[in-house]
Design a protein around this ligand. Structure first.
Ligand code: UDP
Length: 327
């Protein structure tokens, strides 16, 4: 049994990774400042409450648990917020990651699975984005993730750090057993916001723009189920532990859906109406982001089995009805 340090282990994706790590026989040690995560989401291993900006807290966690590898999810991740407050994003995401890398190297830990994003690609006129596409982030969130990718490459060259970098498209859904799920306060992501509108918790969904150069004018995204996504992370960890070295993989399905199409699927999955209105565009949003994901399938043997909109929304809806986390 090896310990794996999971930064952001109390968050949406990190908590799902902890569940699969525990199922794979590892001990996930969550390192989380609980700024957006939930202590009650940490169910599969110990929680260290600490901040990536606190190097001493990181050193103490490495000394106590001697992790074999790191899965690094801990980050601020909202495009709108990043556009309004880039300093907070650069400090937290980039300086925090630098602290983490230096703490790892000091402790002799050289393997990291890193959570990056399709937002590093920016807006490229409806092309399918593969791992070799140019990276031209449109917003500060994508820019900070690209900076960390660059940092990982530099430390790979200088110190033998190995990183499997996953560029996520739009992560959705929840644990099918509804033990854990997506619970942000306030919520800004499309599917949970839509579910809140369907359930009457908010008056309506505001669609951010219907004048994009897409078939129906709303933005197109490639949605991937959180369980499929973290399954790829277990495969990425195995890749590193087998000594296969650094590699970048997109995680998406290759199929894009507009906001209008997601609403239609939400009606079908919940049986409820989704009240909505059109609002202005949100700063930093690309018109279309769709993944070319054959590399993860071919090289990691990954198959996104739950990533239909029907299953993702049904799982998110089941989780929503548990009442989520508190405290
Ligand atoms: N979106 C929307 N209304 C909302 C939330 C999101 O129209 O209340 C749109 C958003 O503009 C984007 C898509 O839904 O085109 C997915 O947004 P989300 O915030 O879920 O993820 P992102 O693409 O920013 O990672």
């Amino acid at each position: 049994m090896s310990h794996i340090l999971v930064t952001g282990g109390a968050g949406y994706i990190g908590s799902h990774a902890c569940k699969l790590l525990a199922q794979a026989g590892h001990v996930p040690v969550s390192f989380d400042n609980l700024s957006t995560g939930w202590a009650s989401a940490v169910k599969f291993g110990p929680l260290v409450q600490g901040d990536l900006l606190d190097r001493a807290a990181l050193d103490a966690a490495f000394a106590e648990f001697q992790p074999r590898a790191v899965m690094h999810f801990g980050a601020l991740s909202q495009v709108g917020e990043a556009t309004r407050d880039p300093g907070r994003y650069w400090r937290n995401n980039v300086i925090g990651s630098l602290n983490l890398i230096e703490a790892m190297l000091q402790a002799g830990c050289r393997d990291m699975v890193f959570s990056s994003t399709c937002a590093t690609y920016g807006d490229q006129d409806g092309v399918i984005l593969d791992e070799n596409s140019a990276q031209m982030p449109l917003n500060a969130y994508g820019a900070t993730k690209l900076a960390v990718e660059t940092m990982l490459r530099d430390f790979g060259a200088s110190h033998g750090l190995n990183a499997v970098i996953f560029r996520y498209f739009n992560v959705a859904g929840a644990d099918p057993e509804a033990e854990i799920g997506e619970w942000h306060q306030p919520e800004t992501h499309l599917i949970p916001v839509m579910i809140e509108a369907a359930a009457g918790k908010r008056p309506e969904l505001v669609i951010h723009g219907n004048d994009y150069p897409t078939a129906d004018g709303t933005c197109i995204r490639d949605y991937v189920h959180v369980i499929d996504l973290v399954d790829a992370h277990i495969r990425g960890l195995d890749w590193l532990l087998a000594g296969r070295g650094s590699r970048v993989f997109n995680l998406g399905t290759g199929a894009g859906f507009s906001v209008n199409e997601v609403i239609r699927h939400c009606r079908e999955a919940t049986g409820l109406d989704v009240p909505f209105r059109f609002g202005p565009r949100r700063d930093g949003d690309a018109a279309a982001l769709v993944s070319g994901s054959t590399r993860a399938c071919e090289e990691l043997g990954w198959q996104p089995e739950r990533s239909s909109l029907r299953i993702m929304i049904a799982d998110a809806w089941r989780w929503y009805r548990t009442g989520g986390y508190s405290g």
